[in-house]
Design a binder for this molecule. Structure first.
Ligand code: ATP
Ligand code: MG
Length: 248
C-alpha cells in the first residue's frame, strides 16, 4: 500500500495502474518504458497542466466538436491509466474509440476491447480491415470505417512514425505527449504537452463548456492556434524549471 501522504503518491499510483495493466494483459511491457520517459518529462514541466497545455486542450476540444468523423485511438497505456475518462470524453464529443497498438497482437486487441466494453464503452470501431499507407503491416492495421476515414484523430501516447503517416493522410492529429521533442509532438497538428491523466479530464471539461457554441464560435476559438509556439513554450518551461533548480 502506498500511503496517501507520500510526496510522490500520484506518480506511484500511476505506476501501479500500468503494472496492473500488464498483469491483466492489456498493457505491453514496453508500455512501462514509455511511462518512464513520460514521467521524466512530467517532472521537468512541474507535474501540472501549464497554460499552454490548457490552451492546446481547449483547442483540441473545439476541433473534436467541429469534426465530421472524430475517432479516439487507444492503446494499452491509455486502457490502464484513463479508461473511464476516455470513454466519457468519447461520449461528449461523439467520437468512437478504436484500439490501435504499436506492439500489436490480436489477443491484446481483443482484451482491450473487452476491457473498455466492460467499463461501459458502447461506441467502438473493432475491425482491422484497412491499412495506413507507408507503415509496416501490423502497425498499419485500422478500421476502414474508423481511423482510416476519420478527419480528426486523438492519439494519446502515439509513435512518431504513425503520427506522421496519419498527418500525411490529411488528418488533423491531436497528440498527448509529455515530451515536446518527440517526433510525435513535432509532427502532430495539435500537441498537448501534459500527462494523459490530467489531459483527458481537461479536454472533457472544455468539451462540456464548449458544446453549445455555434460552429463559427468554435472556428474562431481554433483560429490562430500555433503548435510550434506551444512546443517552444513547453521547452521554455523545462528550461526555466531547470534553471531555478541549479544550485550555486
Ligand atoms: P516518438 O516515436 O514520437 O519520437 P518516442 O519513441 O520517444 O516518441 P514512444 O515510446 O514512441 O516514444 O511513445 C511514448 C511517448 O509517450 C513518449 O514521448 C512519452 O513522453 C509519452 N508518454 C508516456 N507516458 C505518458 C503519459 N502518462 N502522459 C503523457 N505522455 C506520456
Ligand atoms: Mg517511438
Amino acid at each position: 500500500m502506498i500511503p496517501k501522504n507520500h510526496p510522490r503518491y500520484e506518480s506511484l499510483m500511476t505506476r501501479e495502474l500500468i503494472v496492473g495493466g500488464i498483469k491483466q494483459g492489456i498493457t505491453s511491457t514496453q508500455g512501462l518504458i514509455a511511462q518512464g520517459r513520460g514521467e521524466a518529462f512530467d517532472y521537468l514541466i512541474g507535474e501540472k497542466s501549464t497554460e499552454y497545455a490548457l490552451r492546446a486542450e481547449k483547442v483540441a476540444a473545439a476541433k473534436l466538436l467541429l469534426a465530421q468523423k472524430p475517432v479516439i485511438s487507444v492503446n494499452g497505456n491509455v486502457a490502464a491509466l484513463v479508461p473511464v475518462e476516455i470513454i466519457r470524453l468519447g461520449e461528449r464529443v461523439n467520437a468512437p474509440l478504436e484500439v490501435n497498438l504499436f506492439h500489436r497482437t490480436q489477443e491484446r486487441v481483443t482484451k482491450i476491447i473487452a476491457h473498455f466494453q466492460a467499463l461501459g464503452a458502447r461506441n467502438m470501431f473493432t475491425k482491422s480491415d484497412a491499412l495506413i499507407p507507408g507503415l509496416g503491416h501490423e502497425r498499419a492495421k485500422v478500421d476502414n470505417n474508423g481511423i482510416f476515414i476519420a478527419d480528426v484523430v486523438l492519439v494519446p501516447l502515439e509513435d512518431g512514425d504513425r503520427c506522421k503517416a496519419l498527418v500525411d493522410m490529411g488528418k488533423t492529429v491531436i497528440a498527448i505527449d509529455l515530451n515536446p521533442l518527440s517526433r510525435t509532438a513535432q509532427c502532430a497538428t495539435i500537441t498537448i504537452v501534459d500527462n494523459i491523466t490530467r489531459a483527458v479530464p481537461n479536454i472533457s471539461k472544455f468539451a462540456q463548456e464548449l458544446k453549445d457554441l455555434e460552429k463559427e464560435e468554435l472556428q474562431e476559438l481554433v483560429k490562430g492556434y500555433d503548435n510550434k509556439q506551444i512546443l517552444s513554450q513547453a521547452v521554455d518551461e523545462i528550461k526555466k524549471n531547470l534553471e531555478s533548480h541549479i544550485l550555486i
